[in-house]
Design a binder for this molecule. Structure first.
Ligand code: MIC
Ligand code: SF4
Length: 641
């Protein structure tokens, strides 16, 4: 049978050889990655599972998110992560070595492999023809313990790229075009597989921008074939031995088709506050800007930064603009130092930040009040930059650089600069990647006071009555649920403290409301939990006593996280029921010991005396987990039995 590339790799990693759309399949995982903001929880959970040495081919722990170290908290996390990696057979990419997705793409991703990471942009590695998916930390811990990762078998959308990008138009503009067409919820349950004559003109770095931001479609992942461009990249990384040719079989079938003629694209901009609010640059030209931030796992590779340097060369940024640049990896930074590009940045007036996520996750560089910030990043969700009143616009590195000089939205297609053929020899440097200990038994785990024990949920009772503690709209992001930023991120290993920030931009004092009402129920519209993979967006509400979320639909990773932490996810059978619920209505859930996901689940709104029919967003094999109060409780229960 002719298979597309996604089916080829997935089917080689699952038992069921005739899976149908949406049926749960267990995928064998070859590689895992974690980052520090989600990694501490993942490793605490790995410890709780009693695993000595990881069972994967490769597991890497990166430190790239929380690097401000104001206070002891970040440093406590780093020390814990370094010791736990040494003990359990995990490679450790030290702080400063680069952003996890960038480093993983450069140093470790291999065609044909499966990878899960406790970060939603793990699909970046799909640029290297692997099936790379974001997951909650607990699922990554399970994969490290040798257990498969369960996903609903996806539909595969062929994205056929035709033609060639014009000068000044970027890979970022391709993914923004797709976001415009498909929206932030258009990719749920789907893999976007890139084909067509246009693929050969895109380097691995350009492909990585596209697969990275495929996460914003809500997609399971995105993937490119492994071809001569892949080999070229692997040669630059001195690992051509990892190359195999890999593509879809000719004549294979896809579930859906999207055609993009690259030669017709213009530079694009995602306007506040959603990556799918896409407009052509032409609609924004000459509007004044205040800040430009270049970097993040989307656009911080060698080529992107060389294009930026080429645009900035000999120029100075406009007086009204603050420009920051964060290179994606230390080896890229070293190369930029050697070839003079770094000097160009500094001479132009840029401030050079660490090779970390930095402003992308609100770790500094918040714009001024009502500021206009152009960022080469992937997310512009409300509040994420740290300034709620600011407007964050997502753009390509070319638009960012051109606009930094002009002081207003500017069109790079009219500028003369080098946009390809950058010299990329001898830039591999793994000296900040630590190998695990050869004497793991001697390694002491370092547990500073910021590493708190993981809170556990109670068993699910047979019935409960709880109030609706918050009623929300569409596309609620994990940045709404469990915000990030410099003030909050230090508490990722301290759920009690973290829970005080839940929904702080939606409802002041949400944690107190939950406490006063002994927990509660969350009600929302479409695509609840979009964005990050952070399981904290389930864990912190669980800690506050949230028992169920009733929404019109869910984002994939967050749904899995809710189940993992024993929070019941339901959708409305009749979506209009949403309109009849108000905050503080009392909902009654009964017969949870007989939970049958194939049947409609009926609850009562006691306040309004109304009955609602709900559809379970879990299947039979999730029921014991939910009844036990989450995956860890369930594993413990099994171990005791
Ligand atoms: C993000 O981009 O939102 C993050 C921060 O990288 C998250 C992970 C986290 O919250 O730690 C993600 O994308 O999963
Ligand atoms: Fe880091 Fe931003 Fe990428 Fe998330 S999206 S991994 S915060 S650079």
């Amino acid at each position: 049978m002719q298979l597309n590339l996604t089916q080829k790799i997935l089917n080689a990693h699952i038992e069921d050889q005739n899976p149908t759309f949406a049926t749960p399949v267990e995928v064998k995982i070859d590689q895992t990655l974690t980052q520090d903001a989600t990694g501490t929880m993942a490793y605490i959970q790995l410890e709780a599972m009693g695993v000595d040495q990881v069972k994967t081919e490769l597991s890497v722990s990166y430190v790239d998110h929380n690097t401000l170290q104001s206070g002891f908290m970040n440093a406590d996390d780093h020390a814990y992560l370094q010791s736990i990696a040494a003990k359990h057979g995990v490679l450790y990419s030290r702080v400063g070595n680069g952003i996890c997705h960038q480093v993983h793409l450069e140093r470790f991703a291999k065609p044909g492999k499966t990878l899960i990471g406790s970060d939603s942009h793990t699909p970046t590695a799909g640029a290297m023809a692997c099936i790379a998916m974001g997951a909650g930390g607990l699922d990554v811990a399970k994969a490290m313990a040798g257990l498969p990762y369960t996903i609903p078998y996806p539909q595969v959308v062929e994205v056929r790229l035709e033609g060639k990008l014009n000068h000044g138009v970027s890979a970022k503009d391709i993914i923004l075009e797709l976001l415009k067409r498909r929206t932030v919820k258009g990719g749920v349950g789907k893999v976007f597989e890139y084909t067509g004559s246009g693929v050969q003109y895109l380097s691995v770095y350009q492909r990585a921008t596209i697969t990275n931001m495929g996460a914003e479609l809500g997609a399971t992942t995105s993937i490119f074939p492994s071809d001569q461009r892949t080999l070229e990249f692997l040669k630059q990384q001195k690992r051509e031995q990892d190359w195999i040719e890999l593509a879809a079989d000719p004549g294979c079938i896809y579930d859906d088709l999207e055609i993009i003629d690259l030669s017709t694209l213009r530079p694009a901009v995602a306007c506040p506050n959603s990556p799918d609010a896409v407009s052509p640059i032409d609609d924004l030209l000459h509007r004044k800007i205040d800040q430009v931030a270049i970097g993040s796992c989307t656009n911080s590779g060698f080529e992107d930064l060389m294009k930026v340097a080429s645009i900035l060369k000999g120029k100075t940024i406009a007086p009204n603009v603050s420009l920051v640049v964060s290179p994606g990896s230390r080896q890229v930074l070293i190369k930029l130092m050697e070839n003079g590009a770094l000097q160009t940045f500094v001479q132009a007036g840029a401030r050079i930040l660490e090779c970390t996520c930095g402003p992308c996750i609100g770790m500094g560089q918040s714009p001024k009040s009502n500021g206009v910030s152009l960022r080469t990043f992937n997310r512009n969700f409300y509040g994420r930059s740290g300034t709620n009143s600011a407007g964050v616009y997502l753009v390509s590195p070319e638009v960012a650089a051109a606009s930094a000089i002009a002081g207003e939205f500017a069109d790079p297609t009219t500028l003369d600069y080098q946009d390809h053929d950058f010299e990329m020899v001898d830039y591999v440097d793994d000296s900040m990647i630590l190998l695990p200990s050869s004497h793991p038994e001697d390694v002491e785990i370092v547990r500073g006071p910021n590493i708190k024990p993981l809170p556990l949920n109670d068993e699910l009772p047979d019935s409960f009555t709880k109030k609706v503690v918050i009623k929300l709209g569409d596309n609620i992001t994990t940045d709404h649920i469990a915000p990030a930023g410099a003030e909050v991120l230090p508490y990722r290993s301290n759920i009690e403290k973290l829970s005080t920030f839940v929904f702080r931009n939606n409802k002041e004092g949400f944690d107190q409301i939950c406490k006063a009402n002994h927990g509660g129920i969350i009600v929302a519209k479409e695509n609840y939990g979009q964005g990050s993979s952070r399981e904290h967006a389930a864990l912190a509400p669980m800690y506050l006593g949230i028992k169920a979320v009733i929404a019109k639909s869910f984002a994939r990773i967050h749904l899995a996280n809710l189940i993992n932490f024993g929070i019941l996810p339901f959708t409305f059978k009749n979506p209009c029921d949403y309109d009849t619920i108000d905050e503080m209505d009392e909902l009654e859930f009964k017969n949870l010991k007989q939970l049958d996901p194939k049947k409609t689940f009926v609850i009562m709104n006691l306040t309004k005396n109304l009955e609602y029919e709900l559809t379970c967003q879990f299947d039979e094999h999730d029921v014991p987990t939910l009844q036990a109060g989450g995956t860890l409780n369930f594993i413990r229960k099994m171990q005791n039995e």
